[in-house]
Design a protein around this ligand. Structure first.
Ligand code: PAF
Length: 283
């Protein structure tokens, strides 16, 4: 499997693949790969000749320094996981911070027509500017035909679709279903940092979302939201940061349900100092 550490070599290789009319899939990641990432790569392999996986912990999207420092970095293990999927059809791009940012580790400011002001945008200042900066840069380097993002970060997926539309980037953005552990916890690189009692408690998040879905047809969004807040207030280990039921197009909190619209429930929870997010389609 080819592993590129700098964009000059990767660009030359991509030029070559493009000259051979190969289709390119792209899975951008921050590493610490798990089965959720593997499912994105497999999806990419179904529809492209080659899949490029970037492994880069992007400093500009972290609003919390400690989270950036503690973010798991496991490139050797990541490469093994990818080799087990395919030695020949996957390329890894694992750049240094300097390869991406040079001396200027800063983000550009983006407008995503208001999507950036909801949920994660409220709680993680500058996060989506950092995401937009890195994803746009990676799209420019990799020049993929298709790019794959998980629905666990549903707001990020919507924002990337908006970024592509507004900046006329010629890539097809594909959203992929959330991959869950057998107990329901959404796969996340941060799960590896959960202490055992918190890991055991964390499936409560998805269990709650499933009950929300069951009740969505008969109860108001307000009532459901109050119920979720109470459930978490009683919980000894998990601390709710936000729960909202939102319109999937605007990501704004629903005031009155309409059967012409599509809704999703979104949640962010602290398990000790680890922040977990999840969401579920409601109708
Ligand atoms: O979802 C992630 O892992 C990151 O936000 C991404 C898209 C790789 C950008 O750094």
């Amino acid at each position: 499997m080819q592993i590129f550490k700098n964009k000059t070599d990767l660009t030359a290789h991509i030029d070559h693949l493009k000259s051979e009319k190969k289709t390119l899939g792209f899975v951008p990641t921050m590493g610490a790969l798990h089965q959720g990432h593997a499912s994105l790569v497999l999806k990419g392999l179904e529809n492209n000749d080659v899949v490029i996986v970037s492994v880069f912990v992007n400093p500009t999207q972290f609003d919390n320094k400690e989270d950036l420092v503690k973010y798991p970095r496991t490139l050797e293990k990541d490469v093994v996981l990818l080799k087990n999927i395919s030695e020949d059809h996957i390329i890894v791009y694992a750049p240094t911070v300097a390869d991406i940012y040079g001396n200027d580790i800063s983000s550009t400011s983006f407008s995503y027509d208001g999507l950036e002001h909801e949920m994660e945008g409220k709680f993680r200042t500058g996060h989506f500017d950092g995401v937009g900066t890195i994803v746009k840069r990676l799209f420019e380097i990799v020049r993929p035909d298709n790019a794959y993002f998980g629905e666990k970060d549903f707001q990020q997926l919507m924002i990337i679709k908006k970024l592509v539309e507004k900046h006329h980037i010629p890539v097809n953005v594909v959203g992929c279903k959330i991959h869950r552990a057998s107990d329901g916890l959404a796969m996340s690189s941060r799960n590896t940092r959960l202490k055992p009692q918190y890991r055991k408690a964390a499936p409560f998040i998805y269990k709650t979302l499933k009950t929300v879905k069951q009740n969505f047809g008969t109860k108001s969004a307000n009532k459901i939201t109050e119920w979720v807040k109470k459930e978490f207030a009683k919980h000894e280990l998990l601390e709710l940061e936000y729960f909202i039921i939102a319109d999937v197009d605007t990501l704004k909190t629903v005031k009155r349900k309409s059967n012409k619209k599509t809704y999703r429930a979104f949640i962010a929870v602290y398990a000790d100092d680890i922040r977990l997010i999840d969401n579920i389609a409601l109708n």
